[in-house]
Design a protein around this ligand. Structure first.
Ligand SMILES: Cc1ncc(COP(=O)(O)O)c(C=O)c1O
Length: 433
């Protein structure tokens, strides 16, 4: 029998760095000596091309909420794919999925599909601008809404400009676009409400990640933003790309009890397949109707792969699983185990840090808690975050070394978390050595 010779990690890294800038598709910024090419995954474990095994704590950046190669999702995909992958039209699967989204999402009278979270938030913003005939959008400092111009504005604070001045993330974004963005501090209801009131004539919408990166909203914050938007005729958009289907069946709307006017979905919905969705109030969604084309009150939407039947079949299987009673209770329990375990390890190591998050999400911030804003995170020790993440990576935990959030999935369990915590303790020990 022929022996399979696996390439060395260095050979794999060289191949990857030859064809991808920095050896990656833009995800992680992993140094050359840690470069990885994933070969396969099952549950919460993945294997790379050089034969190394990892515990996955990023799960396709949260898109694979049920775990890799989940039987029910695979089955649904295979059963659909033999009937065609894309028709760029309403199909049995997309119709069924749209009906289920409208039924489960309090904000949605109607929906449309796209292929990513970026498209979903972009369409919400354009819809709001079209409906209000204004260009201004207020976002919260540190929020990420996808890789479009608005989505990345003020994502990282270098200059910490005064509110509401935006900070472009890098080159390639015209000042004209940044000039339409108003920036407010998350979890500061007074400042946010005041900015909404002062700029109401310029603002089409406020867009918010209800769980801001990994920062939960303080009680009353989202309600205050909702109230200010309603009072001043500004559309409220929830970016539920992360929170949707993860914090509850109806996502952050259910978890935090606030209903927006428009909502963007992605990630977990497609079970690892390209799918996004946006929806909201019927009177706003109306303006995408194609018979209005050519008139002033019309907003263009189109997405070649949006709502393709394979992704929709996967999404229906995801919904079947997450609607099983107790699904989110178990995910929440795992999240609590992870955060408590990390906090204990941090205390034992004598390090000044806290763990933030909600549901099955966690992030270490190197300062004493409570932490409620992006500025507090940026003013902690981000260099330590990256060192810790790279330390975990080197110990066989697959995650995002930018130091952002860890994602659990339904395929994780207490045993896997205990295994992770052992590696976490060892990585922390390196930090203080
Ligand atoms: C809150 C939020 N919105 C939007 C996006 C963009 O989604 P996608 O990468 O699918 O375009 C992301 C991606 O990480 C996200 O975290």
């Amino acid at each position: 029998m022929a022996t399979i010779v696996e390439p060395t990690a260095a050979e794999v890294a060289d191949r990857s760095w030859r064809v991808f800038p920095a050896g990656s598709n833009g995800e992680y910024g992993v140094p050359h000596d840690l470069a990885v090419v994933i070969d396969r995954g099952r549950g919460c474990r993945i294997r790379d091309l050089a034969g190394r095994e990892y515990l996955d704590f990023t799960m396709g950046w949260g898109s694979v909420l049920l775990g890799h190669a989940h039987e029910r999702v695979m089955d649904a995909v295979v059963r659909q794919i033999v009937h065609g992958s894309n028709f760029a039209h309403v199909t049995t699967r997309s119709l069924e999925l749209a009906e289920r989204l409208v039924a489960l999402s309090p904000a949605c009278d109607q929906v449309r599909f796209c292929a990513s979270g970026t498209e979903a938030t972009l369409q919400c913003v354009r819809l709001a601008r079209g409906a209000r005939r204004r260009g201004g959008i207020l976002k919260f400092e540190g929020a990420y809404h996808g890789q479009h111009d608005l989505g990345t504005t003020s994502l990282f604070g270098k200059e910490m400009r005064p509110w509401p001045h935006p900070e472009p993330l890098g080159a390639g974004i015209p000042d004209a676009e940044s000039g339409l963005v108003f920036v407010a501090p998350f979890n500061d209801a007074e400042t946010a409400s005041d900015l909404i009131a002062r700029h109401a004539d310029e603002l089409a919408a406020v867009i918010v990640e209800p769980l801001h990166r990994c920062l939960p909203p303080v009680p009353g914050f989202l309600d205050a933003v909702r109230a200010a938007c309603s009072k001043h005729g500004v559309i409220l958009i929830f970016d539920e790309v992360v929170t949707g289907f993860r914090l509850a069946v109806a996502g952050a709307q259910e978890r935090y009890g606030v209903v927006p006017d428009l909502v963007a979905y992605g990630k977990a919905l497609g079970g690892g397949h390209p799918l996004g969705a946006y929806g909201g109030r019927g009177d706003i969604m109306e303006i995408v109707r194609e018979e209005r084309l050519g008139g002033g009150e019309y907003v263009w939407t189109a997405s070649t792969l949006g709502g393709n039947p394979v992704s929709c079949a996967a999404a229906l299987a995801v919904l079947d699983e997450i609607e099983v009673p107790g699904f989110h209770r178990r995910l929440d329990h795992l999240g609590v185990c992870l955060r408590h375990g990390m906090e204990e390890a941090i205390a034992d190591a004598g390090i000044e840090a806290t763990v933030i998050g909600d549901g099955p999400l966690a992030q270490v911030v190197f300062r004493r808690g409570p932490v409620t804003s992006s500025r507090e995170i940026w003013q902690s020790a981000p260099g330590l975050g990256r060192r810790l993440m790279l330390g975990l990576f080197a110990r066989g935990v697959f995650l995002n070394p930018m130091g952002t959030k860890l994602y659990l999935s339904a395929a994780h369990d207490e045993q896997v978390i205990a295994d992770f915590l052992g590696r976490f303790r060892s990585a922390l020990a390196d930090l203080v050595a």
